[in-house]
Every structure is written in C-alpha cells, then in structure tokens.
Design a protein around this ligand. Structure first.
Ligand SMILES: CC(C)(COP(=O)(O)OP(=O)(O)OC[C@H]1O[C@@H](n2cnc3c(N)ncnc32)[C@H](O)[C@@H]1OP(=O)(O)O)[C@@H](O)C(=O)NCCC(=O)NCCS
Length: 185
C-alpha cells in the first residue's frame, strides 16, 4: 500500500483487491452504492480479479473516494492488443462531491497505471473525465470473444486515456475489447 497526502486534500492510497480486508470491502461497496444509487455494487468484489488495484481517498478515517483498475485488452484499429487499465466503480461520497476528491483519485490513478499501454472506462460523465485528459472514442465499438466479433453499436461513453507508451491512435477507427466472462464493456 502506498500513501500520499497533498496538503489539505484527502489522503490517497492504493491497495490490491486481494489485500482489501472485509471491513474496507464493505466500506467500498457502501460508498459505490451511495454515490451511484445502484444496489448491484453489492456484487462488486465478485467481479474483480485478485490483482485489481483500488485507489482510495480518505478524509481522516472516513473513506470518501474510490476507483478500481483491472487489466483488460483493447485493440484500436489494426494495432496490436494493448495492455489496458480498465477503470470501474469511480465514486465520491455524496456529501464530498464537487470538492476535488474524484479529480484527485483519478490523477493519482493515472500516475499509478502509467506502465500500462492505455486506460479505458465507461461513463455518462464525459465532461468530468475530459477535464482530466480522457478522450471519448468516436469510432465503432466491438467486443471479441472466442466466437468472434460482437459489434456494440449502442454502447456510449467509452473513454480512453493516453499513457506514456500509448501508440499513435485514431479515435475514429474501430475499438475492440476482449470480452470478460460477465460483460463486454
Ligand atoms: C463523478 C464523481 C466520481 C466525481 O467526483 P467528485 O469528487 O465530485 O469530483 P470533483 O469534485 O473532482 O469534480 C466534480 C466537479 O466539481 C468541480 N470541482 C472540483 N473541485 C472543486 C472545488 N474545489 N470547488 C468547486 N468545484 C470543484 C470540478 O470541476 C467538476 O466539475 P464537472 O463535474 O463539471 O467536471 C462523483 O460525482 C460521483 O461519485 N458521482 C456519482 C457516481 C458517478 O457518476 N460516477 C462516475 C461514473 S463512471
């Protein structure tokens, strides 16, 4: 676990999914349900691999912000598959929203995943992420499973973050993701 505290802001740290104790798991789940008003976050930890990486913001002992990154594989256009930090469960405790917690978590995350080839997430809050350097994918989207390509023409809000080793990208090309057992995007 690493810890960082920038002046008056929240304390930031990261921890692997398999190192998250039961009490912190419950706190993360409660935070995500509270921020997103979505009960399905109860199952968050059943979707995450052991090497997921959680980014946490604390105000003293209180968890106020969270995001988690897992490894997936994206193929932009005809480029090789890129090792991708896929970001989920971005959430700030409601009474702390609009005070820079989410931005601090996402900036901290971007530094910590800099050795990936690209980062990706799905959102309906594009403006928030654009301010932090994320870009919405414009071209067609698809998943790839063992059975072949699965176009996802109705999918919206897929954004990417260029990292130091991200190759030159054309956001108008097709973006393909290797599907996970439980979801495409
Ligand atoms: C989206 C979310 C994670 C953002 O977290 P947050 O802590 O509110 O984020 P910030 O405070 O850093 O930024 C939020 C806004 O406040 C503004 N802001 C940041 N610091 C500020 C400050 N000190 N004073 C005033 N405004 C500030 C930002 O410019 C930003 O504006 P924008 O939303 O128009 O881009 C949070 O609102 C949330 O949990 N929402 C519910 C769940 C959700 O939608 N998650 C994301 C889906 S992927």
């Amino acid at each position: 676990m690493t810890t960082e505290n920038a002046g008056d802001g929240p304390t930031l740290d990261s921890v692997r999914t398999d190192q998250v104790r039961a009490e912190l798991r419950s706190e993360i789940v409660r935070l995500c349900i509270g921020a997103h008003a979505e009960q399905d976050f109860e199952n968050l930890f059943s979707y995450l691999p052991p090497d997921g990486l959680h980014f946490l913001a604390h105000d003293r002992d209180r968890l106020v912000g969270h995001a988690v990154s897992t490894t997936r594989w994206l193929q932009p256009g005809a480029l090789p598959l890129l090792r991708t930090a896929y970001v989920d469960a971005v959430a700030t405790r409601p009474e702390y929203q609009g005070r820079g917690v989410g931005s601090a978590v996402m900036r901290y995350l971007a530094e910590a995943i800099a050795d990936y080839e690209i980062a990706c997430l799905e959102t309906d809050r594009q403006a928030f992420y654009e301010r932090l350097g994320w870009e919405e994918w414009i071209g067609p989207l698809a998943g790839r499973s063992e059975g072949g390509l699965i176009p996802t023409p109705d999918q919206r809000g897929i954004m990417i973050l260029r990292l130091p080793t991200t190759p030159r990208l054309d956001l108008k090309e097709q973006l393909t993701i290797e599907v996970s057992p439980l979801r495409i995007w």
